[in-house]
Design a protein around this ligand. Sequence first.
Ligand SMILES: Nc1ncnc2c1ncn2[C@@H]1O[C@H](COP(=O)(O)OP(=O)(O)OP(=O)(O)O)[C@@H](O)[C@H]1O
Length: 259
Amino acid sequence: MATSDPSVKTTPAVDETGADSSRILQTRGLRKEFGGLTATDDVDFAIEAGELRCLIGPNGAGKSTFLNLLTGQLDPTAGEIYYNGADITGLPSHERVGRGISMKFQVPSVYEGLTVAQNLRIPLQQVVEPDAFDARTREILERFDLLEQWGTVAGELSHGQQQRLEIGMAMAMEPKLMLLDEPVAGLSIEETADIAELLREIADDDGVALIVIEHDIDFVETIADRVTVLDGGSIFREGPIEEIKADPEVKRIYLGEDH
Ligand SMILES: Nc1ncnc2c1ncn2[C@@H]1O[C@H](COP(=O)(O)OP(=O)(O)OP(=O)(O)O)[C@@H](O)[C@H]1O
């Protein structure tokens, strides 16, 4: 029941587990070992709703492993994952998706033999009634600039259109957190700019939190609120992109001589 007593906190910032409920996602001491190799080394990470965070770091830094722990594709060796105030550490992937965590992999994984609208129906049938399919399909395709491709077989779309379709499919599930692994790899400058604009809108207008693994530092600069630098499985630095770009230690481990 609602109360007007200001001393009563109806939405505690920190619950009994110690998770901070102002964060849509938080990890504590998250660790993943592969045999003798520690790919994720006791990572404490947090992101708020509507934040767009880029995850950068040299090859083998543990970026993909960290994302795979968040999706449930990998089980951690130790540590916890809190999402929307609940401990989801042991939850299977499909249940995480059902709660609003979506994942977009580097390679477009649309169904190439199905039309654009048929592709969208796959996620939509999990969240809307059949009589709303067409209206919702139109809305999403308009937003992702694919309306003219409604009946086009997805295998005939350009790479950039396939990426937009896949992000549209992820958005059809009405996620609260979207995880993207190198969403602009292999795209043209124009296609990259389109995706940058879409991702910013998804964070700003839909309030979705995004974690984006990215190698292209110029793209990171265009989209990120904050940047987390991983190295050797640990968080090496975290902060606004201007700070990260200017940090000589980050340059040394990550950016290399050409930056
Ligand atoms: N399934 C696995 N079995 C054994 N070792 C693994 C496995 N997956 C990743 N690793 C190792 O864990 C470390 C982190 O790998 P990960 O792919 O997470 O790094 P990354 O930062 O995503 O690298 P890249 O930028 O090259 O994709 C690497 O040393 C990698 O070889």
